[in-house]
Design a protein around this ligand. Structure first.
Ligand SMILES: Cc1cc2nc3c(=O)[nH]c(=O)nc-3n(C[C@H](O)[C@H](O)[C@H](O)COP(=O)(O)OP(=O)(O)OC[C@H]3O[C@@H](n4cnc5c(N)ncnc54)[C@H](O)[C@@H]3O)c2cc1C
Length: 446
C-alpha cells in the first residue's frame, strides 16, 4: 500500500479501532511444572485430572481445540468396556466423567447385568462427545490443571533430572521445565522426540471417518437392487471397496456410522493426519454422490460428520514390559498390574474386522511397566501407544482401558514428582492406594 494512501486510511479508522504494527515473532517464555501431559485425548485428560487432584502442578498440552481426542473429536463417543462378566472392572475418573455426560446429556447407561454374548458393543456407553469434552475441561480446571490448547512440542530434551520441552502454538513459544512427562499423544510422539526408539507395524489398521446419514426410510429401499448397484459402483471405480464396508443393508442400517475404512491412516505427523482427513472426506463425498442419485436418498441428510478421521494404530513404545497376545487372552495378572482392560481382540484390516472374544471369566490386566519406555527416566505413556504387541494392542487401545491407564500414569507421575524419584521407583503400594482412593479399581493378585 502506498504511504499516502495508508495515511489516508488512518483518518478513516472507526472510533475504537487501533492500528497494530506487524506482529513480531513470539518471545520465548519459560515456565516450570511438576507434571506435563502432552495430548489431551482419552487417556491424557484423565492423567492430567488425576495428577492435579493429587496436588501436583500440572500442565496439559493439546494440539486441538477441545479435550477427549478420539472419544470426542474423532467421534468414537461410545467408550467401553467398563464391565466384564457381570461386574465393573474399570471405574475412577474416566467412569466419573462418562456418567456425568450420561446424566447431563439425558442419555442412558446400558444394563450391565445383561450378558452381551458376542455383541460386546451393547455394554459401550453412548455419550455426546462435545459434552464429554466440556465436562472433562471443567474437571481439569477444578483440579488446577493449566490447559494449553493449540500447542505442540517442538523439542524434548533431558535436563538433569527434569525434561525441557519447547512448545509452539498460535503466537506462543514456550519452554517448559517439568519433573515428570506423560506422553498421551496416541502416537508416542513425545517418546520419539526424546530420541527413544518406537515400534510400528508395516501393515497397520485402517482409520475411519465417523459420520451418520439420515433422511431415508429403510422400508422403502429395494436392498437387492441397491446391493447390485454397490457392486457395480465398486467395479467401475465410482466407489472404492473401503468406502462402504460390507453390505449396503448393513451400512444403511447404521446410517453409515463407522462403515468405512481409510487404508494407511496415520496421525503421527500433521502432514499424515491432513492426508488421512482428506482421504476420509473424499470417500464420504463419493458415497453421498453415489446414494443421492437414487430416489430413496433424494432427501438424505448428514446427521453428524466428525472434523477429523479416527486413527486406530500408529506407533507403540518399547516398554519395560510388553503385553503380549498370550498375556491378554490368558488374563495374566501382572505383578505390577495397575488397571484392568477388557475387550475382544479387535484387529481391523482393510476389508473389515472379526472380533475374537475372550474366554468366559478372563479379565486382562495392565502392568505399570508397559507404560514406561525402556531405560527411560521421569517419562510415562498412557493410551493406545502403550507397550504391547499388535494383537494385544487391538484390545488394549479401547477407551475405558486408555482412561484407566491415564489415571495410573497420573498417580505415578504425581507421586514421583512429589518424592523426587522416577516412576519405576515409586512404591507400587502407594500407587495402588492413591488409585483406590480416587475411585479406580486395582486388579487383585491371582
Ligand atoms: C474408528 C475407531 C473406532 C473405535 N471403536 C472403539 C469402540 O467401539 N470402543 C472403544 O472403547 N474404543 C474404540 N476405539 C479406540 C479408541 O477410541 C482409541 O484407541 C482411544 O480413544 C485412543 O486414546 P488415546 O488417549 O491413546 O489417544 P487419543 O484419544 O487419540 O488422544 C490423543 C490426543 O493427543 C493429541 N495430540 C496428538 N499429538 C499431539 C502433539 N504432538 N501435541 C499435542 N497434542 C497432540 C490429539 O489431538 C489427541 O487429542 C476406536 C477407534 C477408532 C479410530
Amino acid at each position: 500500500m502506498k504511504r499516502r494512501h495508508f495515511l489516508a486510511t488512518l483518518g478513516t479508522l472507526p472510533a475504537g479501532t487501533v492500528l497494530v504494527a506487524a506482529q513480531p515473532p513470539p518471545q520465548l517464555r519459560r515456565l516450570s511444572t511438576d507434571v506435563l501431559v502432552i495430548g489431551g485425548g482419552t487417556a491424557g485428560t484423565i492423567a492430567a485430572i488425576q495428577a492435579g487432584r493429587l496436588g501436583a502442578k500440572t500442565m496439559l498440552v493439546e494440539a486441538g481445540s477441545q479435550l477427549g481426542g478420539t472419544t470426542t473429536t474423532g467421534g468414537v463417543d461410545f467408550p467401553g468396556l467398563f464391565h466384564a462378566w457381570g461386574k465393573q472392572v474399570i471405574a475412577g475418573i474416566g467412569w466419573e466423567l462418562v456418567k456425568a455426560a450420561v446424566d447431563l446429556g439425558s442419555a442412558e447407561l446400558p444394563d450391565f447385568t445383561k450378558p452381551t454374548g458376542r455383541q460386546h458393543w451393547r455394554h459401550q456407553v453412548r455419550i455426546t462427545g462435545n459434552l464429554y469434552a466440556a465436562l472433562a475441561e471443567e474437571a481439569c480446571v477444578k483440579a488446577g490443571v493449566q490447559l494449553r490448547y493449540y500447542e505442540s512440542p517442538l523439542t524434548v530434551e533431558a535436563a538433569g533430572d527434569s525434561w525441557r520441552v519447547r512448545l509452539t502454538g498460535k503466537g506462543t513459544s514456550i519452554e517448559v521445565v517439568t519433573k515428570q512427562l506423560i506422553d498421551c499423544t496416541g502416537n508416542a510422539s513425545v517418546v520419539g522426540l526424546a530420541g527413544i526408539e518406537r515400534l510400528r507395524e508395516k501393515i497397520r489398521q485402517p482409520g475411519t471417518l465417523i459420520y451418520r446419514l439420515g433422511g431415508y426410510d429403510l422400508a422403502t429401499i429395494d436392498m437387492n437392487a441397491m446391493q447390485a448397484k454397490l457392486v457395480a459402483a465398486r467395479k467401475s471405480g465410482v466407489l472404492k471397496p473401503t468406502d462402504i464396508n460390507g453390505t449396503i443393508a448393513g451400512f444403511l442400517g447404521k446410517g453409515g456410522e463407522s462403515g468405512n475404512h481409510i487404508p494407511g491412516a496415520d496421525s503421527s505427523t500433521s502432514e499424515a493426519h491432513t492426508a488421512t482427513n482428506i482421504l476420509g472426506r473424499e470417500a464420504l463425498l463419493r458415497v453421498l454422490r453415489f446414494l443421492k442419485q437414487e430416489l430413496p436418498f433424494a432427501l438424505m441428510t448428514i446427521e453428524r460428520l466428525q472434523p477429523e478421521a479416527g486413527i486406530r494404530e500408529t506407533f507403540r513404545i518399547i516398554g519395560e514390559t510388553q503385553i503380549t497376545h498370550e498375556d491378554y487372552t490368558s488374563g495374566r495378572v501382572f505383578e505390577d498390574a495397575v488397571a484392568h482392560s477388557f475387550y475382544p481382540i479387535d484387529l481391523h484390516y482393510e476389508g473389515g474386522v472379526t472380533p475374537k472374544h475372550l474366554n468366559e471369566g478372563i479379565v486382562p490386566t495392565i502392568p505399570l511397566r508397559a507404560l514406561i519406555p525402556k531405560a527411560s527416566k521421569n517419562l510415562l505413556v498412557a493410551g493406545r501407544c502403550l507397550s504391547s504387541d499388535q494383537l494385544a494392542n487391538s484390545a488394549l487401545r479401547v477407551q475405558a482401558s486408555c482412561m484407566a491407564m491415564g489415571q495410573a500414569a497420573g498417580v505415578t507421575a504425581a507421586l514421583a514428582a512429589r518424592t523426587g524419584t522416577t516412576p519405576l521407583r515409586v512404591p507400587l503400594a502407594d500407587i495402588r492406594r492413591e488409585l483406590t482412593r480416587h475411585g479406580a479399581i486395582v486388579p487383585k493378585k491371582a
